[in-house]
Design a protein around this ligand. Structure first.
Ligand SMILES: Nc1ncnc2c1ncn2[C@@H]1O[C@H](COP(=O)(O)OP(=O)(O)O)[C@@H](O)[C@H]1O
Ligand SMILES: [Mg+2]
Length: 507
């Protein structure tokens, strides 16, 4: 029998009310890049947290180098040579790279010889071509570099089995290529890499084998060279997938919204938008491409009225709106699908119909003076859930917390589209949704623009930007550095603009 460096047999891990992993198997070979593929919520992070000793499974066995092990904690995982780079970095901003790496180690963190550690970090960085400066402070380096610090932490602790949880989500296309190179170096050295991802292109470009999970269940393991993106997609979602967004060419009209020299500060009072200019026309979807943290959130918040404008102007149909309240902007035609639906768009413990009228309940016929009209509210709730195909166990009486993410998003879209807006601000509208719900969201956005509305689409998924947008603006460090048409650009060119190495403006 073939010897695997790691073998997870029949792992079952439950959380209250859900089986995150149901009888899952994973066999990792030494020196391979093994992708773990699945939609959001499929159980990938849970399975790897079990391997990393962060969770204890209810059932199943784990073998490392042929021996049965009991991985009770991450420290035991490290003793077995297993390290994990999490989706959300665990670095201290005002510490240096070396300090962060020492801190992650134990025992007796601070007693460690700093110069020796620094030398080791430098050597590791050089050996694997990571290009990390050991003395930089975390707050001064890019997100891509911060990720490499996390990788260095794992290498410093001598991991031979390296788990990377959705590492490419925060990277530009060029940085993704570099990361693939780094993973291949690891594999060539005999290290084993587990790459968690839902992106098929990356798997094809980097992995040797791929294990697919769907709704907590093990679907299968295939050799990458014997498969295709289409087949992997089908394994992932359980049916054939159409990646193309069906749409006729846009028929853009006049400018609906113009943003001029916009300056906005972020949470930390630092300039996040630094003289941003853009214009948005009727009947077009303008996609904002960029790496997270380049001012996307501040742009969306400035337009919707959640954040103060320091300087510059936002002009809707010829009139400045920067002094208008959130409610006034809604009345003037700005609708908003937020990036965080649970915190920003929904009151999770309210009923579905209450959430559907959240922005309009003060108006006739939903209320008369101070009195809410429950009959009208229910009527509107029913109309929207029918029209937008929102499914839930108890119809409009369902508490929103108990609905799936996809159906929550459909309810938000229904509510916002029903406002009959001039401008739809859609901020990462497909984040965390399954493929079916993503198709739905895209279809609705295209419908809106076909009705002559203007759509501002912010997304970190370049595939989404490329397939849904009629025009693309690239945002980099608080400014628009590219204004291009999707059919005239490439992901590579967008990547150069997203990292500030190139600027392109439409004539
Ligand atoms: N700590 C937790 N408590 C309760 N439920 C959890 C927890 N972690 C994950 N889940 C649930 O388990 C399922 C699998 O989650 P996860 O492993 O994070 O999926 P993936 O990484 O594939 O997106 C999801 O339904 C998720 O909501
Ligand atoms: Mg995950």
């Amino acid at each position: 029998m073939e010897q695997f460096i790691v073998e997870m047999r029949n792992i079952t891990k439950r959380f209250p009310g859900i089986i995150a992993n149901a009888n899952v198997t994973l066999q990792l070979k030494k020196g391979e890049i093994h992708a773990l593929l699945g939609e959001n919520g499929a159980g990938k992070s849970t399975l790897m947290s079990v391997l990393f000793g962060f969770y204890q499974p209810e059932e199943g066995e784990i073998f490392v180098r042929g021996e049965k092990v009991d991985i009770k904690s991450p420290n035991i995982a490290y003793e077995l040579g297993i390290g994990m780079v999490h989706q959300h970095f665990q670095l201290i901003d005002n510490f240096t790279v070396v300090e962060n790496i020492i801190l992650g180690d134990e025992p007796g963190g601070i007693l460690i010889d700093y110069d020796k550690a620094r030398k080791q970090v430098k050597e590791l960085s050089l050996q694997y071509g990571l290009g990390v400066d050991p003395d930089s402070k975390i707050e001064d380096i890019s997100v891509g570099m911060q990720q490499r610090v996390e990788i260095l932490k794992v290498l410093y602790r001598k991991a031979e089995i390296i788990i990377l949880d959705e590492p490419t989500a925060v990277l530009t296309p060029q940085e993704i290529d570099e990361l693939i190179g780094i993973m291949k170096n690891f594999a060539a050295e005999g290290k084993s890499v587990i790459l968690i991802t839902h992106k098929l292109k990356e798997i094809i470009a980097s992995a040797d084998r791929v294990t697919v999970l769907r709704q907590g269940k093990y679907i299968g393991t295939v050799n990458v060279k014997d498969t295709t993106e289409g087949e992997l997609a089908e394994l992932m979602v359980g049916r054939e997938v159409n990646f193309d967004v069906d749409k006729a060419p846009a028929q853009p009209g006049e400018d609906v919204m113009v943003i001029k020299d916009l300056w906005v500060k972020d949470q930390r009072k630092l300039d996040a938008l630094k003289g941003l200019n853009l214009h948005l026309r009727r009947g077009e979807i303008l996609g904002i491409a960029g790496v997270d943290g380049n001012g996307q959130q501040e742009l969306v918040e400035a337009v919707t009225g959640l954040r103060k404008v320091e300087k510059g102007d936002i002009i809707l149909q010829g009139k400045s709106i920067i002094n208008d309240s959130i409610r006034e902007r809604i009345t003037k035609g700005i609708a908003y699908i937020p990036e965080d639906r649970q915190r920003r768009a929904l009151v999770m413990d309210f009923r579905l119909d209450e959430n559907i009228v959240l922005k309009t309940y003060e108006n006739e016929p939903l209320s008369h003076g101070l009195l809410l009209d429950e009959v009208e509210i229910k009527k509107k709730g029913k109309r929207i859930i029918d029209e937008f195909d929102v499914r839930s166990s108890e119809g409009i009486d369902t508490i929103v917390r108990n609905m799936s993410g996809g159906n929550q998003q459909k309810a938000i879209i229904g509510r916002e589209v029903d406002l009959d807006p001039l401008v739809m601000v859609a901020s990462q509208p497909s984040r965390g949704l399954d493929v079916g719900a993503i198709e739905y969201v895209h279809k609705r956005l295209v419908e809106l623009r076909d009705q002559g509305k203007a759509v501002l689409l912010v997304s970190f998924e370049l595939d989404e930007i490329m397939s849904v947008s009629d025009r693309i603006n690239v945002i980099y460090q608080g400014r628009i550095t590219g204004d291009v048409l999707p059919e005239e650009t490439t992901v590579q060119e967008l990547g150069l603009m997203m990292s500030g190495s190139k600027e392109v403006t439409l004539a």
